[in-house]
Design a protein around this ligand. Structure first.
Ligand SMILES: O=C(O)COP(=O)(O)O
Ligand SMILES: [Mg+2]
Length: 223
């Protein structure tokens, strides 16, 4: 029997530009155990992905700020503090880096994401003054409350599901996956992962992006 999976999205199920690898449709809908998507993206993104993949909607969004399991949503994190920090960042000359529609933050409920083009030093200084942290996922900076993380989200998910976090196999690529890697039974960093993720993972894969992810899924299916 294959194990349940907890999968990062960007950098793990996508290519370097963040485009979903179409092979996700071949492997994930037919996986014979739960598949939990755990992402830094705002809540609607993984919900949509589950919908279009035909997966049960069990998601950890916003780096653990929003968790959906068994039809119930839970929140963690101080969105107002993140908004105040973002406003101050902008008033001090910073630019969040998104267009007027800001679909990156428009539906984001517990943190704020900022483009990697932004002034990182200023962003970190302002965030610290609001007792917030900044994490760099390789796709965006996230201004968030301390202690809100994907790993805590998986523990919450497991309170509802008939699984323990240690039953899960995790695959990810960045700093925001390290907390997941710490709570699961087996963790893999794809070859394109950052140093924090590589350090936290049980194994670092030879292949990057979806090629790396599929190497794990194929070997789990065969064993
Ligand atoms: O969009 C981001 O910043 C990161 O998203 P991810 O956690 O799915 O990699
Ligand atoms: Mg990622």
């Amino acid at each position: 029997m294959v194990p349940p999976l907890v999968l990062d999205i960007d950098g793990t199920l996508t290519d370097a530009q963040g485009r979903l690898d179409p092979r996700a449709f071949e492997y994930l809908p037919s996986w014979e155990a739960p598949v939990v998507l755990a992402t830094g993206k705002a809540f609607p993104y993984p919900v949509s992905l589950c919908h279009y993949l035909g997966l049960e909607q069990t998601v950890i969004a916003e780096n653990g700020g929003v968790v959906l399991v068994g039809g119930e949503v839970s929140y963690a994190g101080d969105r107002d503090a993140a908004q105040a920090a973002a406003d101050e960042f902008v008033s001090r000359g910073g630019d969040l880096g998104w267009d007027a529609a800001d679909t990156v933050n428009r539906w984001r409920e517990t943190e704020i994401a900022v483009s990697l083009d932004a002034d990182e030093e200023l962003l970190r200084e302002v965030a610290a003054s609001y007792d917030l942290e900044v994490i760099d996922t390789g796709f965006a900076y996230h201004v968030k409350s301390h202690g809100v993380e994907k790993g805590a989200g998986l523990e919450l998910v497991c309170e509802t599901m008939a699984y323990d976090p240690t039953d899960f196999v995790a695959i990810g690529d960045s700093e925001n996956d390290a907390s997941t890697f710490r709570v699961v039974g087996q963790s893999y960093a794809v070859a394109n992962a950052d140093d924090v993720a590589k350090e936290a993972a049980d194994d670092v894969l030879e292949k990057s992006y979806m090629d790396g992810t599929l190497s794990v899924l194929e070997s789990l299916s065969e064993s």
